[in-house]
Write a protein of this length. Structure first.
Length: 210
């Protein structure tokens, strides 16, 4: 096989990185505890692709896991709390005996909260691996971007959800080989279109010269 196939940035190198990232994420997610940090590592490996850059897989993936494990774990824990609260409140509504108009009003509020949480997460993970932000600042910027670009954010979320939803129906080997990586790549692609519009030139320059 020609040596050029193994060079960084070649189609073969990217294909192997794509599959390996997905495979390592699946293995670590089975253990559950490293899953948040592994998710950050997956985003860190694929984020440079949308800027026309390549990274070394092992140092980027596991280095990001080591640096971002706390923030990524907090993000996942907060998400779990939000999901539990929303599910509990939806169930409570069914036993409150409220009039239909009021019942649908509350359901609409909870649905809107769910959408806001999803769109906020859309930016949390790319921003987490791109910039060194405190958690409060990270959350604040993510929420502002979600509200500032709702249609584009919703489209990105929809496109990313397509391969991720296939995990429920596709053969296991297909999920292990690349569906999660594909969803993450779409998220990185969509959010980068927004981030590069609002980031300062200095912040963008730091991405290429960390």
């Amino acid at each position: 096989m020609p040596t050029a196939l193994y060079e960084p940035g070649s189609w073969f190198d990217r294909a192997m990185t794509f599959v390996l990232s997905n495979l390592v994420w699946f293995v670590l997610s089975v253990i559950i505890l490293p899953m948040p940090a592994a998710t950050a590592g997956l985003f860190a490996v694929l984020a440079p692709w949308v800027r026309g850059r390549d990274v070394e897989f092992f140092s980027t993936f596991f280095g990001t896991m080591r640096r971002k494990w706390l923030k990524s774990t907090v993000i996942v824990l907060v998400d779990v709390v939000i999901v539990v609260l929303l599910v509990v409140n939806f169930r409570i509504l069914n036993f409150m005996g409220l009039p239909d108009p009021l019942l649908w009003l509350f359901r609409g509020v909870f649905l809107a909260m769910t959408v806001v949480a999803l769109l906020t997460n859309l930016y949390l993970w790319p921003l987490l691996v791109l910039f060194d932000l405190g958690f409060r600042r990270l959350l604040n910027v993510s929420v502002r971007l979600a509200f500032a670009f709702p249609l584009w954010s919703a489209l990105t979320l929809f496109l990313a959800a397509l391969p991720l939803s296939l995990l429920l129906f596709a053969p296991l080997w297909l999920g292990v080989m690349g569906l999660v990586s594909l969803g993450v790549l779409i998220i990185n692609w969509g959010t980068w279109r927004v981030i590069q519009r609002v980031a300062t030139p200095e912040e963008l320059a730091e991405l290429d010269h960390p």
